[in-house]
Design a protein around this ligand. Structure first.
Ligand code: X90
Length: 281
């Protein structure tokens, strides 16, 4: 039986080693240029090109057809989407799944609303893959993923909310405060899948302390961490160092944001997916 894991591209993961995995691209539009989130442009180049673009920019979620193409002929699909509170990706995936299952009774497609994005989605997709490797059945996997989701989290540190505000995803008032030079917003994905402000920090040092604190408060105790950065590897490395100082057993990976997350996190931004509770034995 063919079993496939699928995530939209906001997970910042284009492939998964040794797994039947598909990424469904979102898009960024600037004038008549369309940037598909499929690995064809780096975060650095995207940020540079957008800086020189004068007009309006926006984003688009995948269509039902995009999701259906990703399902392919796989009999069982396990999908995870960016939060439904900020994007239509989850809606499109749900509708595509309903249609595909009606057309082929017996086919099983699970769509999970991550209520988050980025590296938290990566952790959820990797858990799906792990469950498949363990040979769990469809319903067991759905249950396990929902319970795993209660101990995955996302924090971020942003230097600008310009693109989020321009596209109606955060309030212009908040964007104006964070837009002040040197001010960083440290926040997390809220329970209902929106941006939650945890701390306004002046400078990287305070922001790093706020991130470590935020993770501790959410129950981080040495489990998996995935740090995605938008043209800011030094800050990602510093955060990793602070975490290792406190939790030597921490399993930390550092990656670069894809197109969608680079656009919204903007240059300098970090997004951190992590598990609460210690690593499993
Ligand atoms: O459908 C679309 O056009 C995509 C809209 C996406 C909007 C939000 C993306 C945010 C990405 C920002 C930091 C983390 C936010 C976490 C929120 C739960 C990156």
């Amino acid at each position: 039986m063919q079993r496939r894991v699928i995530a939209d591209s906001s997970a910042n993961m284009l492939s998964m080693a040794g797994m039947d995995y598909q990424a469904v691209p979102l898009r960024v539009m600037a004038g008549d240029r369309v940037y598909a989130d499929d690995g064809t442009i780096s975060a650095r180049q995207l940020v540079e090109e957008l800086r020189s673009h004068k007009g309006r920019t926006t984003t688009a979620c995948p269509s039902m057809a995009d999701w259906q193409r990703a399902f392919g002929d796989a009999e069982e699909c396990f999908c995870v989407t960016i939060t439904s509170a900020l994007s239509g990706s989850n809606n499109a995936a749900e509708a595509a799944a309903r249609e595909a299952m009606e057309a082929a009774p017996g086919r099983k497609i699970f769509v999970l609303d991550s209520l988050s994005t980025g590296a938290e989605m990566t952790l959820l997709a990797e858990r799906m893959a792990q469950d498949i490797c363990l040979g769990m059945d469809f319903d067991e996997i759905c249950q396990d993923i929902k319970s795993y989701q209660t101990r995955t989290h996302l924090m971020y540190c942003l230097q600008s909310l310009r693109n989020l505000a321009a596209n109606g995803r955060v309030s212009p008032a908040l964007a104006a405060i964070i837009g002040i030079l040197g001010i960083r917003m440290v926040g997390s994905a809220s329970a209902d899948g929106r941006l939650e402000l945890d701390a306004k920090c002046r400078g990287d040092k305070k922001a790093l302390a706020a991130m470590v604190n935020g993770m501790r408060n959410k129950g981080y105790a040495g489990g998996q961490v995935v740090i995605d950065h938008c043209v800011n590897e030094p800050l990602a490395q510093e955060l990793a160092q602070l975490l290792r100082a406190e939790w030597p057993e921490a399993n930390i990976r550092i990656r670069e944001t894809g197109v969608l997350c680079s656009y919204y996190a903007e240059g300098g931004g970090l997004m951190i997916g992590f598990e609460s509770e210690p690593p499993e034995a």
